[in-house]
Design a protein around this ligand. Structure first.
Ligand code: ADP
Length: 628
């Protein structure tokens, strides 16, 4: 018997077509909305009971999600506080937005369903993205309340009729439309629940495995899903981020990590986040062992709002340099239905961002102070975060300069201050600049590393993809410090001292030697210069200027405004050691022989730089054979 018919008051006839047609992305979130409404209703009855405003039995509060393949329905059933017919009219029939005009204007720009649903409080109505007809059966907790039934077929017409429900709570049934039959697939529903409901605070039961369904198999024949057990509880109602750190031990954190990322290696360490002012936020962030493919490791942080999963796109909430972290963040201050544009503009999001950055800095400082050795052992993995953080965030850099480390070829670690002290006595040049020598590849640059070490210079290892930027950063932050790759020039030039003496050659001989080499090398990209070096140094030294090589390296990594450097032709300096015996030998030799020796010496220099390849290498080998 129909009690009442009416029109949903939204001041436009067109709301449902809009919901259906324009909210085509993310259809699956209808289930998140229904289940979170059920959770809210359950939390509310618990609260009423604890306040003494409800004195009945709470009973089993488990929420049930079920799929009926034959009837083509999905049902979400709770034992929450229920609604009276009056409340249905108030909460369901009057869609909460100020006016149709505003809505019509906004939806044109909306990019995803979240944006509209969130802005206009249409959570329940997202059901109409997938259903032709929606039915609510409900019984309020209030004494003497009558059960009520509400049905709506997706037009603006609704019906409220008497109902026969005897149990407190609400049951929402969706009669799926023909385009949405994918949601009748239990595995699909399981997947959606896993994504959104896995950590909801009220137990949720789902699924009886029907005879007709085999374990899911994807196109390649791999098993995609495991068997669904009969009526199992699908969620962990008490995930660790809701607990106090004092209640937890390392194993709890590691187990939770495994629950989130089943096939990952153990993380290095973690940070438990917990603030309630000026915004609410809890969570656990893990530092993973880094793999080479950063992209795969990005976007692993899951964002929740009161334990409802929202998104794993946390770009604006988490500082860019921490995007490789894993874990969860839960903040009720972030509305359930977030959209990108909202996040960017929101002020609590900005605060959250700087809070996370600060927490990470504090944690790193603590680890460093507590056990420096252990911290050094992890430096290989955390170094990348720290360096990236220092480059991209002033405030983080300020803190991190206490615990950022430099590593030398002997695998010793130094803080920035320690290193400066270490190299100051020997590696300060005549302009009072401390020259930090480094190698990007200690194996390949071994000749140069050894030459530097022979003079008791220290050589750093700078081989991570962001080290070029990091050095650039340090050079601007630290006073009178300059980084130079060990092979960027001859040592006497890299660390130029006051007392450089002239070479033994006369001006005439110098000119002659230069011409001989230019002829032998025959390449305008190689700029020959005669220099006064230690007689023990190599006779020929090829280098690309530090700044030029660094710019080119950075251009390879990509970055704004760097293309210009990438397009510059390679150009090298060829330093001839005017004090080397070989130079005299060349001058004494005659004709062809002069060019041959010069060419040989040049090729040896190329060889030690790993630059001798192809036909040049073959010619070098043949010439060497002839010479010996
Ligand atoms: P929101 O949840 O953002 O308020 P919805 O459109 O999802 O918006 O729901 C509107 C209102 O309907 C809720 O605020 C609540 O009062 C009521 N409601 C929805 N689902 C339930 C339920 N399962 N039990 C009790 N009340 C419900």
């Amino acid at each position: 018997m129909i009690q009442e018919k009416g029109t949903i008051s939204i001041h436009t006839e067109n709301i449902f077509p809009i919901i259906k047609k324009f909210l085509y992305s993310d259809h699956e979130i209808f289930l998140r909305e229904l289940v979170s409404n059920a959770v809210d209703a359950t939390q509310k009855i618990k609260r009423l009971a604890s306040l003494g405003q409800y004195n009945g039995e709470l009973g089993d509060l488990t929420i049930e999600v079920s799929v009926d393949e034959t009837a083509k329905t999905i049902t979400v059933k709770d034992r929450g506080l229920g609604m009276t017919a009056e409340e249905i009219k108030k909460y369901i029939n009057q869609i909460a937005f100020s006016g149709a005009t505003e809505f019509m204007e906004k939806f044109k720009e909306a990019k995803d369903a979240n944006e509209i649903i969130g802005r206009f409080g249409l959570g329940f109505y997202s059901s109409f993205m997938v259903a032709d007809k929606v039915e609510i059966q409900t019984l309020s907790y209030q004494e003497g309340a009558e059960p009520a039934r509400w049905v709506c077929d997706g037009s603006t017409e609704f019906e409220i009729t008497e109902a026969n429900r005897t149990e407190r709570g609400t049951e929402v049934t969706l009669y799926l439309n023909s385009e949405s039959e994918e949601f009748l697939n239990r595995w699909k529903i399981q997947e959606i629940l896993d994504k959104y409901a896995k950590f909801l605070p009220v137990p949720i039961k789902f699924g009886t495995k029907p005879e007709s369904v085999e374990d899911g198999v994807d196109e390649e024949g791999k098993t995609k899903y495991n068997s669904i057990e009969v009526d199992n509880i699908i969620n962990n109602t008490n995930p660790i981020w809701t607990k106090a750190p004092s209640e937890l031990n390392d194993e709890d954190y590691l187990n939770f990590y495994k629950e989130l990322y089943p096939f990952s290696e153990d993380p290095l360490f973690w940070i438990h986040l917990n603030v309630d002012y000026p915004f609410n936020l809890t969570g656990v962030l893990y530092f993973p062992k880094l793999k080479n493919d950063f992209e795969i490791q990005r976007n692993k942080i899951k964002l929740f709002s009161r334990q409802v999963f929202i998104t794993d796109e946390v770009k604006d909430i988490v500082p860019e340099f921490l995007m490789l972290l894993h874990g969860v963040i839960d903040s009720p201050d972030i509305p359930l239905n977030v959209s990108r544009s909202f996040l960017q503009a929101d002020s609590s999001v900005k605060k959250i961002n700087s809070y996370i950055s600060r927490k990470v800095a504090d944690k790193l400082a603590e680890l460093y102070k507590k056990d420096r050795k252990a911290y050094e052992n992890k430096w290989n993995d955390i170094g990348l975060f720290v360096k990236y953080g220092m480059i991209s965030e002033e405030k983080f850099a300020e803190k991190a300069k206490e615990f950022a480390l430099l590593t030398n070829t002997a695998n010793e670690h130094f803080t920035l201050d320690e290193y400066k002290e270490k190299v100051k006595p020997l590696q300060t040049d005549k302009s009072e600049t401390a020259v930090y020598l480094y190698t990007q590849d200690a194996q390949r640059q071994d000749t140069y590393v050894q030459a530097a070490q022979k003079r008791s210079y220290d050589v750093l290892v700078m081989n991570s993809p962001i080290d070029n930027h990091f050095m650039q950063h340090l050079e601007t932050k630290l006073e009178k410090v300059s980084f130079k790759r060990v092979d960027a020039d001859v040592l006497d030039k890299l660390i130029e001292k006051e007392d450089t003496q002239a070479h033994a050659l006369t001006e005439d001989d110098s000119k002659k030697v230069k011409e001989i080499f230019e002829k032998a090398i025959n390449n305008p990209a190689m700029k020959v210069e005669i220099e006064s070096l230690h007689p023990e140094e190599m006779p020929v030294h090829i280098s690309m200027q530090e700044w030029m090589r660094r710019m080119k390296d950075m251009a390879k990594l990509g970055g704004n405004g760097m293309n210009f450097y990438g397009s510059l032709p390679d150009s090298y300096k060829v330093a001839i050691n005017g004090n080397h015996k070989l130079v005299n030998k060349i001058l004494e030799a005659e004709g062809e022989k002069q060019t041959d020796i010069a060419k040989q010496a040049f090729d040896l220099a190329l060889l030690s730089q790993g630059m001798l390849t192809g036909a040049d290498l073959t010619a070098f080998v043949e010439r060497s054979v002839k010479l010996i």
